[in-house]
Every structure is written in structure tokens, then in C-alpha cells.
Design a binder for this molecule. Structure first.
Ligand code: PEP
Length: 249
């Protein structure tokens, strides 16, 4: 079985002191894990975490769709690569919602990441209203289609995170069956785009925690998790990593 990927998304949390303690604890706890582990940290802390991370992969939470130039406040793919970044989240629902990021912009960000040798973690997911209207499949397929359209030739290099918006930070998790059903749809969509779809990791994100991770991660098309709140507490995050490791044997 391929190794699961457990990626923490710290969002806009942290401080030099708090990060130091958290990364040291996570790095020590995952040294022998049979899972890939990453932390996606705020840009100002990338260099700090790079120096402490051990075997934990370094991730960023966003990048510019532009290569370089007069884009005040933006961070380029090349800058992230300079700092040792491996993963970069694109299209998180908080960016789609609060920064009006379109499917097309998300696809361009994924393209920029791939061109720089970074692995984009492409987030897709429906709102509660869309789920209740029976539009879940339509929405996630439209979001992923934009990324496939622009990046078809190297689509097997991406990671996809299915994150139902109604489950993010709410404590309300998709059931393993609900998550698996959407993951199967995404897998089929990738299979139609590339013969290497099986190597694409499909993560579930949305209130995954120490108590529910094992059941979610046991689903056949759930290859890991994108973890928000629970990634800020080392014991919780390590419990999720342990659940993923247990499934690798
Ligand atoms: C996220 O921000 O990607 C996320 C899944 O958050 P949480 O785990 O807190 O729901």
C-alpha cells in the first residue's frame, strides 16, 4: 500500500516560540513513521521551520500565480523553492471565499508550483448549500477540471485535497462513506486524464482529528489527510500520523 500523506495546515497561527516547540515535538514523534508528514506554515516562518523539521516536509499555504515582478505582498514559487518548500496548498476554501480565488486562478497557481518543482495540494470542496442542493459532484469536478485542463501533462504530480467547506473548522466531519464517495469521483476524473492517476494522493480534510482519523484513512481512496486545527497540537497530530502509519503495514 502506498504511504499515506498527513499534512498540517497551520493557517494564520503560530509564533517563533510556539513553532519551535511544535515542530520539535512533531519531528521527534514522526522520525520512524510509515507515513509522509508535512507542515504547511505561514510564509514568515518557513525558514524557521526548515531548520527544525527533521524528516517532516515543508509546505506553504499559498503562492503567487506570477513568476516575479511588481506584485507587492506576493510570494513566488521560486522563493518558496529557495526556502526548501516541497508542498504548497492552492485553492483552499478560505482563499476561494475570502480572496475570491477563481477555479482558473487556482489552476494557474498549480501550474506555477509545478513549473518550479513544487507539489501543489489542490483543494476542492462544496459548501453546505451546494451539498444540500445535490451539487457536490458537479462542484468538485468543475474545480478539479480547471486544474486538469491547464496541467494535464503533469497532473499525476499533484496532490488533491477534498475538503467539504461545511466540515472545515466546524467540528463536523464527513462520514467515511461520504468522503470515500467523493474521493471515488475524483479518482475516476483523474483516471480519465492520466494513466498514472493511482499515484495521485487524495487527501481528506475537514475536522479530521485524533478520534476520527483511523476510520477516514482506512477508506480505499483516502490517501491521507489535510489537517487544520488538530495540526496545532503535537499529541493530536502525532495520533493522526500513527493512524496513517498503522495502515501502511
Ligand atoms: C483545513 O484548514 O484545511 C482544515 C481541514 O481545517 P480543520 O481540520 O480545522 O477543519
Amino acid at each position: 500500500m502506498k504511504k499515506k500523506l498527513i499534512a498540517g495546515n497551520w493557517k494564520m497561527n503560530g509564533s517563533l516560540a510556539a513553532n519551535d516547540a511544535l515542530v520539535r515535538a512533531v519531528a521527534a514523534g514522526v522520525a520512524d513513521a510509515a507515513a509522509e508528514v508535512a507542515v504547511c506554515v505561514p510564509a514568515p516562518y518557513l525558514a524557521q521551520v526548515a531548520a527544525l523539521r527533521g524528516t517532516v516536509a515543508l509546505g506553504a499555504q499559498d503562492l503567487s500565480a506570477h513568476e516575479s515582478g511588481a506584485y507587492t505582498g506576493e510570494v513566488s514559487a521560486g522563493m518558496l523553492r529557495d526556502l526548501g518548500v516541497h508542498y504548497v496548498i492552492v485553492g483552499h476554501s478560505e482563499r476561494r471565499q475570502y480572496h475570491a480565488e477563481s477555479d482558473e486562478l487556482v489552476a494557474r497557481k498549480a501550474q506555477r508550483a509545478l513549473a518550479a518543482g513544487l507539489v501543489p495540494i489542490v483543494c476542492v470542496g462544496e459548501t453546505l448549500a451546494q451539498r444540500e442542493a445535490g451539487e457536490t459532484e458537479l462542484v468538485v469536478k468543475r474545480q478539479l477540471a480547471a486544474v486538469i485542463h491547464l496541467n494535464g501533462h503533469c497532473i499525476s504530480e499533484i496532490v488533491v485535497a477534498y475538503e467539504p467547506v461545511w466540515a472545515i473548522g466546524t467540528g463536523r466531519t464527513a462520514t467515511p462513506e461520504q468522503a470515500q464517495a467523493v474521493h471515488a469521483v475524483l479518482r475516476a476524473q483523474l483516471q480519465a486524464a492520466t494513466p498514472r492517476a493511482d499515484r495521485v494522493k487524495l487527501l481528506y480534510g475537514g475536522s479530521m482529528n485524533a478520534a476520527n482519523a483511523a476510520e477516514l484513512l482506512a477508506q480505499p481512496d483516502i490517501d491521507g489527510g489535510l489537517i487544520g486545527g488538530a495540526s496545532l497540537k503535537a499529541p493530536d497530530f502525532l495520533t493522526i500520523v500513527a493512524a496513517a502509519s498503522a495502515l501502511a503495514v
